[in-house]
Design a protein around this ligand. Structure first.
Ligand code: F6P
Length: 324
């Protein structure tokens, strides 16, 4: 393999730049040419590629976001879009791809690989940590720490005013950020999409805290929870805890997607970027590089897309025990 392409796609995640850097520097080390594709599949269709050198990735290991930019491409979901993308890659002499992204990115890569035979190896980049085939995804650790920083600040003001706060964290289909930031932030309860927490249980938990004169209560709600958004959950419990209960809602939103990556994410991203590149060189295709029990492993896209990554329910149990 003489020339490869690298791109980021889907929601950005802190550490994507460290991953791009590892791919580019690894390719330079191994004597392979590497082209950066801007805006993921959209750039592939538009032919927006440029040759990257070692210096192209100087001073980015510490930066959030992605220098290659990211997008969710509707056009790539059409056969015409993929055909144009293939023709552009052919014209540029690109023989393999490293795709940095999540579920949607790998679904696109799998379909593309099956249609046109271009080998792709993925590196898991998403704050949600919802991919089967790796213990952690790039950006998750930073997002948890960002959420935690906000939770700690809210706890200060919550206890000054004896308030109940509902804090919404990201995770469309996944409660990983909610569980980890909730444990670290001493939350009274964590609500996640994977396990239903009925409103009656939320009310009961808050009532118990109220009767023991807890100075504050914090409930973390993952955005994809079945009971609704943090705002909706707060509306549902209104008047059921105590008529004097003072309730506030904070949605952390995209703050969780930005900021400098943690040391953990930089190291993880470097390992996964180099692992993806070296996997591609070694003949891997249609697989995602991941780290399980500190070992580099490759999992077929089909499995990373199809298989669920269950939440550790013991951690949810722990939240309840520790908030008594
Ligand atoms: O998949 C990562 C993620 O941050 C989810 O947690 C969230 O639901 C979604 O992306 C938000 O996407 P967008 O940036 O398109 O609003």
């Amino acid at each position: 393999m003489k020339r490869i392409g690298v791109f980021t796609s889907g929601g950005d995640a802190p550490g994507m730049n460290a991953c791009i850097r590892a791919v580019v520097r690894g390719a330079c080390y191994h004597g392979i040419e590497v082209y950066g594709i801007r805006r993921g599949y959209s750039g592939m269709i538009a032919g927006d590629l440029y040759k990257m050198e070692s210096h192209s990735v100087s001073n980015i290991v510490q930066r959030g976001g992605t220098i290659l930019k990211s997008a969710r491409s509707k056009e790539f979901m059409t056969p015409e879009g993929r055909k144009t993308a293939y023709e552009n890659l052919q014209a540029a002499g690109i023989e393999g791809l490293v795709a940095i992204g999540g579920n949607g990115t790998f679904t696109g890569a799998m379909i593309f690989g099956n249609e046109y035979g271009i080998p792709t190896v993925g590196a898991p980049g998403t704050i949600d940590n919802d991919l089967y085939g790796t213990d952690y995804t790039i950006g998750f650790d930073t997002a948890v720490n960002t959420a935690l920083d906000a939770i700690d600040r809210i706890r200060d003001t919550a206890s000054s005013h004896d308030r109940i706060f509902f804090i919404e964290v990201m995770g469309r289909d996944s409660g990983y950020i909610a569980v980890q930031s909730g444990i670290a932030g001493g939350a009274e309860l964590v609500m996640v999409p994977e396990v239903l927490t009925p409103i009656s249980e939320v009310v009961e938990t808050l009532k118990q805290g109220w009767s023991r004169s807890k100075s504050s209560s914090i409930i973390i709600v993952a955005e994809g929870d079945d009971e609704g958004s943090a705002q909706e959950v707060a509306e549902k419990i209104k008047g059921q805890v105590d008529e004097n209960a003072d309730i506030r809602v904070t949605t952390l939103g995209h703050t969780q997607r930005g900021g400098p990556p943690s040391a953990y994410d930089r190291i993880l991203a470097s390992r996964l970027g180099l692992g993806a590149l070296e996997g591609l060189m070694g003949g891997q295709k249609n697989v995602m590089a991941g780290i399980i029990n500190n070992e580099l492993v490759y999992t077929p896209f089909e499995d990373t897309i199809r298989l669920p990554k269950p939440i550790n329910e013991d951690l949810l149990r722990m939240v309840k025990i520790l908030s008594v």
